[in-house]
Design a protein around this ligand. Structure first.
Ligand SMILES: [Zn+2]
Length: 224
């Protein structure tokens, strides 16, 4: 069962990310993060459906040679996939990603192994089979702070529980944030509830302050 909280989502994936998701060219881990947002957000579900319709119509008109082989392979793979990742489904016994995603969206964090990074931050690394992207849950104690950091790559974040604020705004369950490059930010969990976020990274976090930099070697990318 999808948990949909209407009118509570204020931060959405940009259209280019939805387009890549709709055409099946996002990586597994990134696509899972977008799919999780869609389970909260009717607006983006509708946009994605429209993009899929447009993509399907364009594909029919295209000369097969004009479609890049990798894109075509992925589209074909998706057509053959009986359980597209796009929507999380509820199957309690299913340990593959869509089942896992559904559990996470529904707040079931049982059995996860948490690695404590700082007093207020723990991380649980999850397996997706995506060789290029780390897919992890970040648990921040209420009012806790993730030390100032940069990425050197892209970071997709989806709030699952609680919320956080950073230099750019305040984020609640279902909100999607994407950051690229070397932007520095210092997320702080909102008071009242522990914050749990899904984060998909293609480069490891890098703490910038001297007193946290010694932790950086622990934060190597755990993709796969
Ligand atoms: Zn949305």
């Amino acid at each position: 069962m999808l948990r949909i909280k209407k009118d509570m989502v204020h931060h959405h994936p940009p259209t280019d990310i939805l387009t890549e998701h709709a055409s099946g060219v996002l990586s597994v881990a990134q696509s899972a993060c977008v799919a999780a947002h869609l389970s909260y957000c009717q607006r983006c579900r509708h946009t994605t459906e429209r993009l899929e319709d447009i993509g399907g119509a364009q594909l029919e008109r295209l000369d097969p040679v004009a479609v890049g082989e990798s894109v075509l392979d992925r589209v074909l793979a998706r057509l053959e996939d009986p359980e597209p990742l796009r929507y999380a489904r509820s199957e309690a016994s299913d340990t593959r990603l869509p089942g896992l995603l559904d559990r996470l969206i529904n707040g079931d964090y049982a059995d996860l192994v948490w690695k404590r990074v700082t007093q207020s931050l723990s991380i649980s690394y999850l397996k997706t089979g995506d060789a290029l992207h780390e897919f992890a849950l970040y648990r921040i104690a209420e009012g806790g702070r993730i030390p100032e950091h940069t990425h050197g790559g892209s970071e997709m974040t989806l709030v699952l529980q609680g919320g956080f604020a950073d230099e750019s705004g305040e984020y609640h369950p279902g909100d999607f944030v994407i950051r690229e490059g070397w932007d520095k930010h210092t997320p702080v969990a909102l008071e009242g509830e522990e914050c749990i976020c899904l984060a998909v990274l293609d480069a490891p976090l890098r703490f910038t302050r001297l007193r946290h930099r010694w932790l950086n070697p622990l934060l190597k990318l755990r993709a796969g």
